[in-house]
Design a protein around this ligand. Structure first.
Ligand SMILES: C[S@@+](CC[C@H](N)C(=O)[O-])C[C@H]1O[C@@H](n2cnc3c(N)ncnc32)[C@H](O)[C@@H]1O
Length: 266
């Protein structure tokens, strides 16, 4: 739904209601904060991307849609005792889930590009990193947050067992460079767990769709690409991650999405 913002006199999108499905995803990491504290944290941020189950019946009103299809790649077996890099973390739901499921170290990075598209789409000015910090403080999390572009993760000077790359690859101008940067940060048995914008082109076509600015989400000029299964397989191959397992391809709220795990050939 579109609304006219009085203050800016520009057309913006109404902040959508959190879906029931997204609350079910949030419930997989119930924070259990005291209700008053939960409400204070919920109300301290003008727009949440992720839905967090702060306290029974108290959720952050996240705008992300129905991430339930990602749950199959988020089991404790993936994280227990492992080091995790989460690129494009935003409010950090997946970083915190990795920590809660036993990751020994989690580093979350984001270039905070979302500040621009949240302002353009919803007319909301976000303080960069504020949602992440609010949850980290509430939960006593040890996840390390860095403002950093995913292309610069070589500056981290450490390697990881798991690189989570959710909702980001379609937003970078150079997807090969980003995948290469992640592949170069992996331990020998490491893996990139990738979720990105899909395509309605045939899955076996090695093609990328190129989107016009704003044609995926109105006023969001940062969605460039749509990926088929075969395009991900070939991109993985280019960066030395030849073992590409496409876990799922789904349509969420009218948008094709693809979920895959990329590893070096053994
Ligand atoms: C759609 S949100 C996805 C958030 C979360 N990963 C998820 O899937 O629920 C995309 C996030 O990636 C970040 N981002 C986009 N390009 C990036 C880049 N080149 N390096 C680091 N973060 C980036 C944005 O700022 C935003 O926080």
């Amino acid at each position: 739904m579109l609304e006219v913002s009085d203050a800016a006199a520009v057309v913006v999108e109404a902040i959508p209601e959190t879906s029931l499905d997204e609350r079910l995803v949030a419930d997989t990491w119930a924070i259990g904060a005291p209700p008053g504290e939960a409400e204070r944290v919920r109300d301290s941020i003008p727009l949440w991307f992720h839905t967090f189950a702060l306290s029974p019946g108290v959720y952050t009103p996240g705008i992300a849609r129905d991430h339930g299809y990602r749950l199959p790649v988020l089991g404790a077996g993936r994280f227990a005792g492992r080091s995790v890099l989460d690129v494009g973390a935003f409010d950090g739901f997946y970083s915190f889930v990795a920590e809660a499921r036993g990751a020994r170290r989690v580093v979350a990075v984001d270039n905070e590009q979302y500040v621009d598209w949240v302002a353009a789409r919803f007319g909301v000015t976000l303080e960069a990193g504020s949602g992440f910090r609010a949850i980290a403080e509430l939960t006593g999390s040890k996840v390390e947050y860095r403002r950093m572009d995913a292309l610069d993760v070589d500056q981290l000077d450490e390697r990881f067992d798991v690189a989570l790359c959710f909702g980001v690859l379609h937003r970078v101008t150079h997807p090969v460079a980003m995948l290469q940067a992640l592949a170069d940060r992996l331990n020998p048995d490491g893996e990139v767990v990738l979720e990105t914008y899909g395509s309605r082109l045939p899955a076996d076509l090695p093609a990328l769709e190129v989107h016009e600015p704003g044609d995926v989400y109105a006023r969001d000029d940062f969605v460039y690409w749509g990926f088929t299964s075969e395009s991900l397989r070939r991109l993985g191959s280019v960066v030395g991650l030849e073992d590409v397992e496409v876990v799922d391809q789904v349509e969420i709220a009218g948008h094709p999405r693809i979920l895959a795990v990329l590893r070096a050939a053994r």
